[in-house]
Design a protein around this ligand. Structure first.
Ligand code: BTN
Length: 317
């Protein structure tokens, strides 16, 4: 269910240069013209350029340059998203999603922001989150056991690829959760959860996407802006729609049903790699065959194949 504010933004966008009268907006939304004027003021504050012509109404002249939650809500199409919240900035959207989970928010709640001050990456790393990126977390409540949920992170990475591809961007996946363009990382995922052995209570699926260039992004990063003129809000909306699609596929058939789609984009296939654990110790090495139906990385070596459950992959020279 879209909020009134995003419906005002949607009505302005579809009216185009012709504009729309305050009374038409008020009638369509079932609110007073004073309420419409308040929504218009809030949209202007959020970065929408809206012209007002006395007696004629409002017309949208520009969209916000940075990520704005109401714009993400306007652009999202998948009904899976029941609530899209956010702000210009937060500490970590995953922490915000955790708080939503704790207070009973529904599956399909998403938190989207334009900057993070305490963004978290995998393996306890920091995720630099400057303005110009898209940072979001999705609250999921998958009806499955802890053992089954391990493959949800690669499934979500596939969802992010679906989303970016819908914007015309060709991307690849690097096991387990990295999304790449031309061999460079454009997006990463961090899934945090609360679970008992045989029941997952909630999952916060957090995704950070490099949209526009920033001096504080790592040197080896890729940026959506080099391949698409989609705004950070449009990127966040596309990623949310991709995540919803992937989550539906995961619930319907498990990762096994997504494995071919994952491997079709898998940049590591055929590469000689080393996998290390959090301490840097080598877990396995070999040539990548692909992933198995549980999303484990299958390595081929002199002694046959080895499935790897977790770790950080590096290419061998
Ligand atoms: C990685 O290390 O590749 C995972 C990065 C995940 C970053 C995202 S940004 C939105 C969400 N909030 C966080 O604090 N982290 C994730």
């Amino acid at each position: 269910m879209k909020t009134r504010r995003s419906r005002v933004a949607a009505a302005l966008a579809s009216a185009g240069a012709a504009g729309i009268s305050g009374q038409t907006l008020a009638d369509a939304l079932g609110v007073s013209r004073v309420a419409v004027a308040k929504h218009i003021a809030a949209l202007r504050d959020a970065g929408y350029g809206i012209d007002a012509v006395r007696g004629e109404g409002y017309s949208l002249v520009s969209l916000p340059a940075n990520l704005v939650p109401v714009e993400v809500e306007r652009l999202v199409t998948d009904a899976f998203w029941v609530c899209i919240e956010g702000a210009e900035e937060t500490g970590s959207t995953n922490d915000d999603a955790r708080e939503h989970a704790r207070t009973g928010s529904a599956e399909g709640t998403a938190i989207v922001v334009g900057r993070q001050t305490a963004g978290k990456g995998r393996l306890g790393r920091e995720w630099t989150s400057p303005e110009g990126g898209a940072y979001l977390s999705a609250l999921l409540r998958p009806p499955c056991a802890l053992t089954e949920v391990a493959s949800l992170a690669p499934a979500c990475a596939l969802g992010v690829a679906y989303g970016l591809e819908s914007l015309g961007v060709t991307c690849a996946l690097k096991w387990p959760n990295d999304v790449q363009i031309d061999g460079k990382k454009v997006a990463g995922l961090l899934l945090e959860m609360s679970a008992e052995t045989d029941r997952v209570e909630w999952v916060a699926a957090g995704c950070g996407v490099n949209v526009r260039h920033s001096t504080s992004c790592p040197e080896n990063a890729a940026f959506v802006a080099d391949f698409s003129d989609a705004s950070p809000s449009a990127v966040a909306a596309a990623v949310l729609d991709g995540l919803a699609r992937a989550y539906r596929e995961f619930l319907a058939g498990g990762f096994a049903a997504m494995r071919d789609a994952y491997d079709a984009r898998h940049s590591l296939i055929g590469a000689e790699v080393t996998v290390r654990d959090m301490t840097g110790a080598i877990v396995a090495s070999g040539v990548v065959n692909g992933v198995d139906s549980s999303a484990r990385l299958v390595l081929r070596g002199p002694d046959g194949t080895t499935p790897v459950v977790a770790g950080e992959v590096t290419l061998r020279d």
